[in-house]
Write a new protein. Sequence first.
Length: 738
Amino acid sequence: MHPIAYAVPVFGVLALLYTLWRSAWVTRQDPGNERMSTIAGHIADGALAFLKAEYRVLAVFAVIACLFLGYLSLADERSHPAIIGAFLLGAVFSALAGFIGMRIATKANVRTAQAARTSLSRALEVSFAGGSVMGMGVAGLAVLGLGGLFILFYQMFVHGGSPNGPEMERALEVLTGFSLGAESIALFARVGGGIYTKAADVGADLVGKVEAGIPEDDPRNPATIADNVGDNVGDVAGMGADLFGSYVATILATMVLGREVVATGDNFGGMSPILLPMVIAGLGILFSLIGILMVRVKEGGNVQGALNLGNWVSIALTAVGSFFVIRWMLPETLQMGRTGSVAFGPMGVFGAVAVGLAVGTLMSIITEYYTAMGRRPVQSIVQQSSTGHATNVIGGLAVGMESTTLPILVLAAGIIASFEFAGLYGVAIAAAGMMATTAMQLAIDAFGPIADNAGGIAEMSDLPPEVRERTDILDAVGNTTAATGKGFAIASAALTALALFAAFMGISGIDVIDISNARVLGGLFVGAMIPFIFSSLAIAAVGRAAMAMVEEVRRQFREIPGIMEGTGEPEYGKCVDISTRAAIREMLLPGAIALIVPIVVGFTMGPEVLGGLLAGVTVSGVLMAMFQSNAGGAWDNAKKSFEKGATINGQLYYKGSNEHKAAVTGDTVGDPFKDTSGPSMNILIKLMSIVSLVIAPHIAVRPVGEEPVVAPEARVTTEAPAVVAAAPVVVTQDAAAR
C-alpha cells in the first residue's frame, strides 16, 4: 500500500491536537461571577445527565446490533466478525463526537457571556473557539477512524490482492460497519436531542412568552434551564453526531465506488480512486483550520462577514488543493470497471469536486435567502402575522414548500453534471469535496448555540443590557448559519445517499431498478411514505413532551409563591427531567424504523425491491428535509423580526404585540420542523442506505466478487471525459458459458 494511506490518520491526529489545545484555551477564559457559574453549572449538569441516560439506552442497542452482525458472520461466509469491531468503534466515535461538542459548549457559553461584557469581538472569539473545537473534533475522529481502520483491514484482507478484486470488496464491506455504527448513534442522538430541546423550547415559549408575557430566558420561567440544556444536547451534541455520520458515510461511499474504477497506469497500485476521498478529507482539515484562524471581527464589525470570509477561504483552498492532489494521484485513464460504460480522466474527477463545492455553496446561499431576516420570504410571513396566528402558519408552510424548488434544481443539475464528468464515482467524489470543509462548516454552525446559551446566561444573571445586545447579535448570525448549515447538510446527504445507493447495487449484483415490476413499484411507494411517518412520530413526540412541559410550568406559576415577583425559586430540575424522560422514550420507535425496515424488505423481498424502497426514501426524504428545515427557519426569523421591530403597512410592531404573538405561534409550530424531524431526514436516508449496504452481500443475486461479463462492443474507447449514451450489453457468466 502506498505511504500516502498512512498519512491519512495523521491528519486526524493533528485535528484532535488542535481540539485539545483550543479546548484548554477556552477553559482558561474568565467564567464570570458566582451567579453566572451557578447557572452554567445547572446547564452543564442537565446536559451531562441527558447524555448519560441516552448513552445507557444506546449501549443496549449496540449490544443487540452486535448480536445481529455476529449472527450474519456465523451464518454466512460472506460476512466477517471484524465488522462488529468496526461497528462498535463507529458508535463510540459518534458518541464521543457529540460529547466533545457538548462539553466545550457548556464551558464556552458562560465564558462568551463574560467576554461580551468586554466587546463583541471578544465574545465572537470565545464562542467561535468553542465551535472550532466541535468542528475539528468531529473531522479528526472521522478521518482517524476511517483511515486507521482502512489500513488495518487492508492488511487483514487485501495485502497482495487486487484493489478491484473481491479482497478489497471484503475489506470495504467490513469498513461499512464503522459507518453503520456512526449513523445509528447519530440518528438516535439527533432525534432524542431534538425532542428534548423542542419540548423545553415550546413549553418555555407558550407559557412564558405568550401566557405570562415574560422575556425569553427569564429566570422566573421554570423551563428556561431545560431550554438552554436543549441547545446543547440537540443543536450541539446531536448535530456533532449527525455530521460525524455524514462525513464518514460520504468518504466510505466514495471509497466503495472507487473500487469499481479501473485506474490504468496508476502509481498507487491501482488504489488511487479508493485513497483519493480520504486524502481530500485530510487536506480539508488543514484548509478548514486556515479558514478558522481567519475569523476575526473588530468592535462594531460585521460578524456574518467574518464567518463568510473564513468559509470562502477554506472552500477556495480546498478547490485549489484538490486540483493538485487529483493531478498527482490519478492516472490519465480511468474507467468504471463493473459496467464499462463510463471513461474519464483526472480533470473529470476535479470537475466533479468543483461541482460538489459549487452545489454546497449554492445550497447555503439559497437557504439563507429563504430563512434570513429582511428577505422576501421571511417578510411575507411577517406581513401575514398582522391578520392572526392562522395566516402566519399558512405563510410559513407556503414558504417552506416554495423553498424546495431552487435547491432541488441545483441538486439535480449537480448530480447530472458530476455524473457527466466522472460517472457515479463523480457523484460520490462531488459529495466528498463538498464535505471536505466539514470542520469549518461545523465550527460556524456550532458557535450559534453557544451564543444563544450565552444570551440566556446573561439574561438570568442580570448582566448589563449591552451584554445581551452583543450576544443577540451573535445569536442572530447563529440562526442564519444554522439554517444554511442545514441546507449544506441536506445537499451532502442527497449526494451521499445516491453514492451509497450505487454501491448497494454493485455489491448486491443488480444492474437496474425496474419500476415496471409491481413489487419494485410498491417498494418505491412504501419508501416515499417512510419520511412522512418518521416525521409524524418525531413531531408528535415533541407535542406530547411539550404538553407535559406546559402543564408543569403552569403548575409552578400557580403553586410556587412569589415566582412571578422574583422572590420564589422555580423548580428547574423537574422540567429538565420531563424533557429527558420524554426524549429517551420517544426516540426509540423512529430509530427502529430506519434500522428494521431495510432488513425486513431486503431478506423477504430481495435486493431489487429494497432498491426501490431506497429510491423512494431518498427523494421523499430530501424534499421533506428541505421543506421542514426552511419553513422552521423562516418562522423563527419572522418572530425575531418583531423583537427588533417589524414594519407592517408602514407601522412598527414590537415584542408583546398581537402580531408578535402570532409569530411566536408560527415559530412554535416550526420548532420541531427545523430542529427535530427536518435534520433527522438526512440521517434517515443515509442510515437506511448503509443498513442496505451491510446486508447486500447476504441478499445478492450473484456472489461477492463475481463480475458480470461485458460484451466487447460495450467497451468504451473514447477519450476521457466521456459518457456513452447507449446502455451496455451485460450478460451473466452463466449465460456467457452457455
